[in-house]
Design a protein around this ligand. Structure first.
Ligand code: ZN
Length: 263
């Protein structure tokens, strides 16, 4: 059985967006295991809660999640995991006819250099970059921090969001390089054709040179997947599997005497 969760710190951006979205809901959102059975901190059943495994890493980069309407409500949404790991994660609901003024304020904030993460093949070539643009700060100023704008949606929705968000038009489009993508797949034995949002987040952190945070996020996704699927299938947890050991190792919390597993 997992240890009881640590006391929650302030709810993160996706958690707050979820609360806002629930308050707007006309009819209750249906999911297996009602709110009484699911931990509000990690969204899996209390019996499989992994709040006590939430990593704590410092990152220079930030992430801005533009979320399709229903995404914050899905217990399987992995943008949530980014918000768990990356302290400067911002999350906004996307709508075709309305833009959250707080999003525009964030995008205009001079401390950030936003990058819209989207496949380059669908974008005018002059906007596409495959690496971060080196920042040269003006005298007396800090260089801008990368802010990765991720469209957290199904593929069809993401395309619509990209095309119908004119406020993103002035920012470079970061297109993940096929070589980086296939390296990531090899390292993580990932076979799926599409990356989930937290995998894209990990690849962005890699591009920003934040390899430790990238590895933490990727491993945390493995841990989440285990807890989520074991809960769904009503099976017990294996807290000593490769993903848990690796996460502990990365967090510097590994207990002595535990078999070291490297991936
Ligand atoms: Zn929990």
């Amino acid at each position: 059985m997992p240890k009881p969760p640590l006391p929650h710190t302030l709810p993160h951006a996706v958690s707050r967006l979820r609360t806002e979205r629930l308050a707007r809901a006309v009819k209750p959102f249906r999911m297996r295991g009602g709110p009484a059975e699911r931990c509000p901190g990690c969204r899996v059943m209390f019996s499989h809660c992994f709040c006590n495994l939430r990593p704590n890493v410092a990152t220079q980069a930030g992430v801005c999640l533009l979320m399709a309407d229903i995404e914050p409500l899905k217990p399987s949404n992995t943008g949530w995991l980014i918000a768990d790991v990356v302290r400067d994660t911002f999350a906004f609901s996307w709508a075709r006819t309305w833009v959250d003024p707080r999003l525009l304020t964030l995008l205009a904030d001079p401390q950030w250099q936003p990058y819209v993460v989207f496949p380059g093949e669908f974008v005018a070539p002059e906007r596409v970059v495959h690496a971060l643009v080196p920042e040269t700060a003006a005298p007396g100023q800090l260089p801008k921090r990368p802010l990765f704008v991720l469209l957290d949606a199904t593929w069809a929705e993401a395309g619509k969001m990209f095309r119908k968000s004119p406020y993103l038009n002035n920012f470079p489009v970061l297109s993940l390089h096929p070589e980086q993508v296939s390296n990531y797949r090899l390292r993580r034995s990932s076979r799926s054709d599409h990356f989930c949002t937290s995998e894209v987040g990990a690849l962005c952190l890699e591009l920003a040179g934040e390899n430790h945070a990238a590895e933490v996020l990727a491993t945390y996704l493995d841990v989440f997947t285990h807890h989520y699927l074991q809960a769904k299938n009503q099976k017990p947890l294996d807290l000593e599997d490769a993903a848990h050991l690796r996460l502990r190792d990365l967090s510097g919390q590994r207990q002595s005497g535990v078999l070291r597993v490297t991936s």
